[in-house]
Design a protein around this ligand. Sequence first.
Ligand code: F6P
Length: 549
Amino acid sequence: MFSRLVNKSKAWHKLKSHYKSFRKVEMRDLFARDSERAARFTEKFGDTMIVDYSKNRINAKTMEYLMNLARERRLEDKIKSMFRGDKINITENRAVLHTALRNRSGKPVLVNGRDIMPEIEAVYAKMRRFSEDVRFGRFKGHTGKKLVNIVNIGIGGSDLGPFMVTEALKKYWMKGINCYFISNVDGTACAEVLNKLDPETTLFIVASKTFTTIETLTNARTCRKWLVDALGEPAVAKHFVALSTNEEEVKKFGINPENMFEFWDFVGGRYSVWSAIGLSVAIAVGMDNFDKMLDGAYAMDEHFRTAPLEHNIPVILAMLGIWYNNFMGIHRYAVIPYDQYLQYLPSYLQQLDMESNGKFVDINGEIVKYDTGPVLFGGAGTNVQHSFFQLIHQGTEIVPCDFIVPAISHNEIGDHHEILLANVLAQGEALMKGKTVKEAAEELKKAGKSKEEIEFLKKFKSFSGNRPSNTILLKKVDPYTLGALIAMYEHKVFVQGIIWNIDSFDQMGVELGKKLALNILPELQNNVYELHHDSSTNALIKAVQNFRR
Ligand code: F6P
């Protein structure tokens, strides 16, 4: 029977007892015993991606029990439910349909009985027209100059998606077009971008689902003033467009709704790069490439919707995460793209994963009695090998890693890419195999060290190994593959939310801090001395006031 108490279920108990008998098993022994292990635990996604998950602390039984848990949680029904447009974002009573944005099936998608595909297509047609007009100089600035500086003003999902994707696809940028991103309310973010730009050639894209986010509106007002000071009020119509669900607020801000690109409340902020929020991407790389990204995401959607759980890449990755998080007590993981273009992927995934699954109340309103979303961090390889990899290899914390690397680089200069590839493959091998104290001693002996030196150094030079990683090998970082990769992680996060019985699509945790900031703001602006916070906050406000006096 379906159990509300996830961690009291049969499959959960089975995994718990499996862990007891499995926790000491070494991956290097599993590899030695089974020459087919890599093939057994590798999945292919068309001819663009290979996911090797054989370097995980699993065997066939582990995967079987994990898939039993997924089935017990009725994952297959929940997947259908999301694609069908059921209101699975229960706290906000909304459908979750970022998948409709890349629906290439030609079939309708219904929300409240209405097919939403024509509206989606209409916005894409408008994005195509506008992005091409900007790219080819048909939509000009107020003084008749070509708009070559594209500034996206947004934060969270209205920044991280387009920022990460434009960087990832830099090789596809139109020559002469430059993209900038202003997100932080820190005036430095605005100042540093504006200092580089000429108002006559700058297009501002104000990206905000709600159009009420204080950071974005503050930055947008500053940029508007900068433009109006230089070119006068009438210039706004030619230099500002808005991406939003909120026409009223867009009008209030002074942007003509004709210059607004709409999206809808069934698209969550962190899932919105596929929507009008991707306008900066479309201008930089062209709508044809944007379409290819949608094609890749659609292909991953189809895989996720139809592949059996045992061969379903997002499901496999999700259930491995569940294994570590809920049975092995490992509450963190790292995403390490070995590709400079993907350097911002970890930041993007931080919002996707941690804003979605950082929840302690389940969908029934009960406090959960098990761990939910892990801490995600990461950075580009090989750089991170020279920063936090020491801990990943020899620390007392186990950090499962996702290594992402393209086989073919956009910049095949000398032997750079072979060196990069050799490094990523070596990391997975080293983490899995480790090096025993005996092996370390032998190596020291070979290097001619004295007996005393060997005795002293051998433990420092040993590696416990048995540290998990997935290797996600891409053919190349192109729009199609990038679309598939992002969709893969979206679905992974969705699956974990289903297992944990939480609403992965709200973000109420960010509200409290926002509200308290609104209390403190006037106290700082007006130098209020009568303060009613806790003693620490009171003292800090006073210290700020004193410094600024
Ligand atoms: O941080 C909370 C959040 O609501 C995110 O989910 C969202 O991506 C971001 O703020 C920006 O919101 P908006 O697009 O409405 O400005």
